[in-house]
Design a binder for this molecule. Structure first.
Ligand SMILES: Cc1cc2nc3c(=O)[nH]c(=O)nc-3n(C[C@H](O)[C@H](O)[C@H](O)COP(=O)(O)OP(=O)(O)OC[C@H]3O[C@@H](n4cnc5c(N)ncnc54)[C@H](O)[C@@H]3O)c2cc1C
Length: 126
């Protein structure tokens, strides 16, 4: 469902979120694919800088009754990371390991923490 007031949604997100808010055709095309064969053009793409930004974006989308779609590495292979929604892309800023307890797995991290980065922090705990 594409909302009738896309311009208003764009403006409200831009006001509320500190990260980038992109509704241009090129950006929407770039985020229309993941590792699957599915293609769905998003309504827009938000790159939140922190958890407060995520909350602000979700709040605006909720007010506009628009779906949100969290996106990590986009490696899901059944189209989970593409949809007609506002995509929240966590790869840019929410990609930190927050806490490592060597006796407990997995470590606490931001939404995006690729397995390829798993080795060094674990290794550093000895
Ligand atoms: C070649 C290949 C090999 C793989 N091997 C394995 C394997 O060995 N073991 C295994 O378990 N998996 C494997 N996978 C699957 C892949 O690791 C999973 O699809 C992974 O969980 C996707 O994470 P992502 O960050 O890429 O999320 P995305 O692909 O971006 O999204 C996956 C789903 O999670 C949701 N999502 C993303 N971030 C959040 C968030 N912060 N909060 C809430 N929902 C969120 C998305 O909306 C979407 O529905 C493999 C995939 C590929 C392509």
């Amino acid at each position: 469902m594409i909302p009738s007031d896309v311009a208003e949604l764009h403006a409200d997100l831009t006001r509320a979120v500190r990260g980038r808010v992109r509704f241009d055709a090129a950006s929407r095309a770039m985020w229309s694919a993941d590792a699957s064969n599915y293609r769905r053009v998003p309504i827009g793409v938000v790159t939140p800088v922190d958890a407060d930004d995520v909350e602000a974006a979700v709040s605006v989308c909720s007010t506009h009754d628009v779906p949100v779609l969290p996106r990590g590495a986009g490696t899901s292979i059944a189209g989970q990371a593409v949809n007609t929604a506002v995509v929240l892309d966590f790869t840019r800023h929410l990609n930190q390991v927050l806490e490592i307890d060597p006796d407990a797995a997995p470590p606490v991290s931001s939404p995006v923490w690729c397995s390829t980065t798993c080795g060094p922090p674990r290794a550093s705990t000895g």
